[in-house]
Design a binder for this molecule. Structure first.
Ligand code: FAD
Ligand code: DLZ
Ligand code: SF4
Length: 507
């Protein structure tokens, strides 16, 4: 009996669970470009172009490998507009009554597929180090679910950077060596790819249909198949990995990528296998081509953070994206969509996000995320923004990073304290402040950096919650020691600045 095998736009590998379980001789693969997935949030045009191009190329590769693939293009006349609709249409066309599905990375789609009037078999997505059961077992009975301890388990399980039962060079974590400020010169540029015929066709489609979404579709240089993604990996390992650790937290106005890998879009849609990526990084370390602080830091991001946030997303359940522990409710300001702002750090980060559908971790966490948290923006609006604007954004990875790590809206499941900082941190790690209309050294007055003002406003607003957190005690002591006039001026100027923000003035 024929079964349908669903392959979603972020499941583009022959090793995905549903394809591994399918029978090429009798099963039919269903892939569909659908309006619902492209517009349930208004994704960045580069993200849509990446996914649709990679889907078309993957479908062609499956056909070449002998699979019967029923592929729906976005502009097909018969297209139903949703994944569920396409499965029903293909079921009728082929007479199939059963569907093999690899669990999607979003509760919205899981719920829709579970409701199908077809017999569905949903297999766990095993492109992760820890299964759901392993993550649940690790989480069971723990007071705090800290990533560091999960990461150590993953190191033991994978044997990555292990010498017997001991971590390589005697330490689990080399982050202490990884906080260097921005370098004067960056010697590396990421690898980009000339659009081929398939890509050009999709770019034209995206320009025609999604021209009203935030961001530029051209120039487009993402890898769109495994061969290109492997080249991007080779390029990163050879040229950027050795300095990845040193400058991981640095930000530069004139350089959007520094020594970051730009591999997350490829790993997340299936063009690269996360564990294979880590093994390549380890091989560079073992060969003496990259230092331990770089390689350990890089591997921790993948088998640590990436696997951990996926575990949290599924452990916490479908209401996670609606959490709002700090009860923040200000609307997302227009400058997140490119309207002008005098804050150079925010302006530069949003501008590069529009251009590339990419910003690196510290820009996401300590610039746009930090600002939203300090200014009291509604975390659900912040979550939707991140899901829309980044090429690597899928809810399983985006939501824990935004709702949990960045906005503390889950009440501290992921972060033991909120990631907030004044302008001093941004000034130390970047060159943004040099080109800003605000003065990072000014703590009060019209020229005061808004991060300086809002930092104290945030801490005071939430003193009842954070006042007894030992990791924040020093901050509150500093406030308490400040003289009364200065404290009054800070809070008054913060209030005025927020009033101007609310009034839609240029801030
Ligand atoms: P590198 O700096 O080169 O890191 C190597 C790899 O580690 C990445 O490719 C990625 O696979 C993994 N990684 C690093 N940090 C994380 C993390 N915190 N969580 C999961 N994986 C990680 N990452 C996404 O993949 N999708 C998202 O939607 C996303 N949203 C984010 C939102 C916020 C507010 C923050 C603070 C972080 C977010 N991240 C997200 C994590 C991280 O910022 C990106 O993975 C990283 O910037 C991708 O760029 P890169 O490939 O150059 O990463
Ligand atoms: C993100 C995305 C987009 C833009 N378009 C499609 C599509 O047309 N067809 C498809 O199968 N998948 C697409 N995706 C990826 C899905 O949204 C993703 O599989 C779910 O959000 C679960 O992670
Ligand atoms: Fe950002 Fe403040 Fe520096 Fe301006 S002065 S770039 S607002 S941190």
């Amino acid at each position: 009996m024929t079964r349908l095998v669903l392959v979603l736009g972020d499941q583009l590998t022959p090793d995905v669970a549903a394809l591994k379980a399918a029978d090429k001789a009798r099963d039919v693969v269903v892939m569909a470009e659908v309006a619902d997935e492209t517009t349930y949030v208004k994704h960045h045009p580069k993200k849509i172009a990446l996914i649709l191009t990679a889907m078309r190329k993957f479908a062609a590769a499956l056909r070449e490998d002998g699979w019967d693939v029923r592929y729906t293009r976005l502009d097909d006349r018969e297209a139903s507009g949703s994944i569920a609709g396409e499965l029903l249409r293909r079921a009728e066309e082929t007479g199939a009554a059963r569907v093999l599905i690899t669990e999607p990375g979003e509760w919205r789609l899981i719920t829709a597929l579970r409701a199908l009037p077809l017999e569905t078999e949903m297999l766990e997505d095993d492109r992760f180090v820890a299964s759901h059961a392993e993550f649940e077992a690790w989480a069971e009975g723990r007071k705090a679910l800290r990533m560091e301890y999960f990461y150590r388990e993953m190191r033991r399980k994978t044997q990555l950077l292990m010498d017997g039962d001991q971590p390589a060079e005697g330490k689990w974590n080399f982050d202490h060596d990884n906080r260097k400020p921005a370098p004067d010169e960056v010697t590396h540029t990421p690898i980009w790819f000339e659009p081929d015929e398939t890509t050009e066709e999709v770019l034209a489609l995206v320009e025609a249909r999604f021209g009203n979404h935030f961001g530029d579709v051209r120039p487009f240089g993402f890898a769109t198949d495994t061969k290109q993604a492997e080249q991007a990996l080779d390029h990163f390992i050879a040229h950027a990995l050795p300095r990845f650790g040193d400058y991981q937290d640095a930000m530069l106005s004139g350089n959007k990528f520094l020594y970051h890998s730009i591999l997350s879009p490829y790993i997340n849609i299936g063009l690269l296998d996360p564990l294979a990526v880590c093994r390549r990084a380890e091989a560079a370390y073992r060969a003496g081509a990259a230092p331990i602080n770089a390689v350990e830091g890089f591997i921790r991001q993948i088998i640590g953070w990436r696997d951990y946030v996926r575990g949290i997303y599924f452990l916490e359940g479908p209401d996670y994206t609606n959490r709002n522990t700090l009860e923040q409710d200000r609307p997302l300001p227009g400058f997140y969509w490119g309207k002008p702002t005098r804050m150079n750090c925010v302006s530069k980060t949003v501008q590069q996000t529009g251009e590339e559908a990419y910003a690196h971790h510290i820009q996401r966490l300590m610039v746009t995320g930090n600002f939203a948290l300090l200014a009291g923006i509604d975390p659900h609006a912040v979550h939707e923004w991140y899901l829309e604007v980044y090429a690597d954004a899928f809810e399983w990875v985006e939501a824990p990073n935004v709702i949990g790590m960045s906005q503390f809206a889950d009440g501290g499941i992921i972060a033991s304290k909120p990631y907030v900082s004044s302008g001093a941190y941004i000034n130390r790690m970047s060159d943004y402040c040099k080109g800003c209309s605000y003065k990072v050294s000014a703590k009060t007055g019209d020229k005061a950096c808004p991060f300086n003002l809002l930092y104290w406003d945030f801490l005071l607003r939430h003193r009842a919650r954070f006042g007894n957190n030992p990791r924040m005690a020093q901050m509150y002591r500093t406030w308490d020691k400040m003289d009364q006039d200065r404290r009054e001026a800070v809070l008054r100027d913060a209030g005025r600045w927020l009033a101007r923000l609310d009034a839609g003035e240029l801030v």
